[in-house]
Design a protein around this ligand. Structure first.
Ligand SMILES: Nc1ncnc2c1ncn2[C@@H]1O[C@H](COP(=O)(O)OP(=O)(O)O)[C@@H](O)[C@H]1O
Ligand SMILES: CC(C)(COP(=O)(O)O)[C@@H](O)C(=O)NCCC(=O)O
Length: 329
């Protein structure tokens, strides 16, 4: 008689480690790597970081962002080595040089992308191997207000369709190709629109940081159904800044409250009207914007790209990074 195949007890299924392309680290595990990081921060550099105008806890810089700048420094060197190997293989047809290392920084509105990107720019530029670090935010590629209005997209600002995605991809492709000078439009939070007649100029950086909500979105297929080259195809490394949605909403409302007391007071500010009403009325508007625009965009478009990042930084309610997931090679 054939004996039946023994069934695997349910508990064994549960214990089998889940296959994942990431190595997960707790905050203490990651911050221990700090000791292996050359270039500790000098007092002068600490002052410079403070000058960025962000509320940054310096322990957070030492524990999280300093080791991250070391990891990125290693990646830049290793990518140069790989490029050398490729050039050797391709010979005449290869000969790529002076190609900048491109880092994408993704995440929800108000999760802290700009703060992370500015910190990385400051920390990475301290390394003698790559002193020229440029930072570009994707808002420059939002369609101008008149175009958003014409397409009925004013309440979809930040959604993938509110950008000129082709121009954004071309911009990064040109920088990656080593073009001497590449320009981009400029967005102003003050006027809530693209600034006419102003361009941002990028001249052959060692590292380019591209920060924006949708930088990890795959390209839409072409009309012929073929896959197109997308922005993320040009990234050498990407960071997804992650946190609980309720925490992000709170940060969004806090930032709105702070801006109401500062930048919105400017007579040219698009949001000046919210300084003329009560704080509660102003916050009601911000809550509605969160509920109808930024949260749906996070859920539908931004969060689904998390799994494409090289590194996921998971923040706690106080903005401190609690866990990190780093893609294995
Ligand atoms: N590490 C941090 N510590 C404390 N506050 C932070 C930190 N990072 C961001 N914030 C605050 O959270 C809010 C959103 O950050 P910001 O970088 O403007 O987000 P995003 O660029 O993703 O919209 C801002 O008010 C910012 O000052
Ligand atoms: C300008 C943004 C779309 C972010 O752009 P990004 O640089 O991430 O491409 C966003 O900050 C924004 O203004 N969203 C519109 C809804 C709101 O006012 O919060």
């Amino acid at each position: 008689m054939i004996s039946p195949v023994p069934s695997i007890p349910r508990s064994a299924h549960r214990q089998r480690p889940e296959a994942t392309p990431y190595v997960d680290l707790t905050r203490p595990e990651w911050s221990a790597l700090r000791d292996k990081t050359p270039l500790p921060l000098t007092a002068e550099e600490v002052e410079k970081l403070r000058g960025l105008g962000d509320v940054i806890d310096l322990d957070e810089v030492r524990d999280i962002y300093l080791p991250l700048s070391r990891l990125l420094n290693l990646y830049v060197g290793a990518t140069d080595g790989l490029r050398g190997a490729l050039n050797t293989f391709l010979g005449e047809q290869g000969s790529q040089s002076g190609t900048p290392f491109v880092i994408g920084v993704a995440g929800s509105v108000a999760v802290g992308k700009s703060t992370v990107a500015r910190l990385l720019q400051a920390l990475l530029s301290r390394w003698p191997e790559h002193p020229r670090v440029e930072l570009v935010t994707t808002d420059g590629f939002l369609l101008p207000t008149r175009e958003l209005e014409a397409r009925g997209l004013m309440s979809r600002k930040g959604f993938p369709e509110s950008y000129d995605r082709r121009a954004l991809t071309r911009f990064v492709a040109d920088i990656k190709a080593g073009k001497a000078e590449v320009t981009a439009p400029v967005y102003s939070h003050l006027i809530y629109d693209i600034v006419p007649d102003q361009r941002l100029v990028v001249r052959r950086p060692d590292i380019l940081i591209v920060e924006g909500l949708n930088v990890l979105q795959p390209a839409l297929p072409g009309k012929d159904g073929r896959t197109r080259v997308g922005l993320a195809d040009y990234f050498d490394f990407s960071v997804y800044v992650d946190a609980r949605t309720e925490d992000i909403e709170r940060w969004y409302l806090n930032r709105f409250r702070k801006l109401r007391a500062t930048a919105f007071q400017n007579p040219s500010s698009y949001f000046r009207k919210y300084t003329q009403v009560s704080e509660e009325e102003a916050l009601d508007y911000a809550r509605t914007t969160w509920r109808t625009i930024n949260k749906p965009n996070l859920v539908e478009n931004v969060a689904p790209t998390r799994g494409r990042a090289t590194l996921v930084l998971r923040k706690g309610p106080d903005h401190k990074v609690q866990r990190l997931s780093l893609r294995k090679l």
